[in-house]
Design a binder for this molecule. Structure first.
Ligand SMILES: [Zn+2]
Length: 264
């Protein structure tokens, strides 16, 4: 717990809560609107981002929208500026989340690493907006900009590290801690304190049965950390949520921030 708190003190969140809020009630954005909310795009020098703009198209991320099917060719990548894309592994015994992508990253990393497919399914978990680019445009842009290639390679490593941390966390940490960790990562990626989240979804994301989530969320609610009503979680006490989480939240955030600093 202390380790997590230390990490948070020494690693200020780059997802500041006072970023300009995008309107959620309209689907279309003005050209380039909100683009710097994506941390990868924001990490590029202004001139490089300007060169990328003609290749980027803003698209709404609709709740439940499929992004990739397992083993199908990846033809587009998404840089979210709000909302969340989940990657899930589907097995006979059920579905488990293996990665989440929000405004700190991009979807479609196999393209960066020279592959065309991935074995997991990806879909919109929390609606929002993203900037989309075709596979060919991405590959051209990486050839033209070693800086972009380096940035995306390092992000690939961050996502790999996130998956490794997930695996360790799922094995070793208590459900209530993991639940807090997941809620923190989600809270970082949305505007406001209300997360649209069904219990069944949270259960799938944590790889447990729904009654277990009911107990864990109930404990957080009883402690005044969150309010859980039908399909909605409201974060009431962010600091308490950080204190409840295992150290994995701080480790994931710190690592992602280190790697996104291309000059580091
Ligand atoms: Zn953990």
């Amino acid at each position: 717990m202390l380790e997590c708190a230390d990490a948070l003190v020494t690693t200020p969140m780059t997802h500041t809560r006072n970023d300009a809020v995008l309107p959620s009630d309209r689907l279309a954005l003005a050209p380039g609107e909100g683009i710097s909310r994506n941390e990868l795009l924001r990490a590029l020098p202004g001139a490089e981002l300007q060169r990328l703009l003609p290749r980027l198209e803003s698209v709404p991320l609709i709740d439940g929208m499929p992004i990739y099917e397992p083993n199908e060719p990846i033809t587009q990548v998404y840089f979210p500026i709000s909302g969340i894309v989940s990657m899930v592994s589907e097995m006979r015994e059920g579905t488990v989340e293996v990665g989440t992508i929000g405004r700190e990253g991009m979807t479609g990393l196999p393209l960066v690493l020279g592959a065309r497919t991935m074995p997991t399914r990806a879909f919109v978990q929390v609606p929002g907006h993203a900037y989309r680019m075709s596979d060919d445009d991405l590959l051209d842009a990486m050839r033209e900009s070693p800086r972009l290639e380096r940035l995306l390679s390092r992000y690939a490593l961050a996502l790999f590290d996130q998956a490794a941390q997930h695996a360790a966390c799922n094995r070793l940490h208590a459900l209530e801690e993991r639940c807090a960790r997941w809620l923190l990562l989600t809270h970082d990626r949305v505007d406001g304190d209300v997360l649209a989240l069904k219990q069944q979804v949270l259960a799938e994301m944590l790889g447990v049965h729904r009654p277990a989530v009911t107990i864990a969320a109930g404990a957080l609610q009883k402690a005044g950390v969150i309010r859980y009503t039908r399909g909605k979680v409201t974060v009431l006490d962010r600091k308490a949520l950080e204190e409840t989480s295992c150290e994995c939240y701080g480790i994931m955030r710190r690592r992602a921030k280190e790697l996104i600093d291309v000059d580091g």
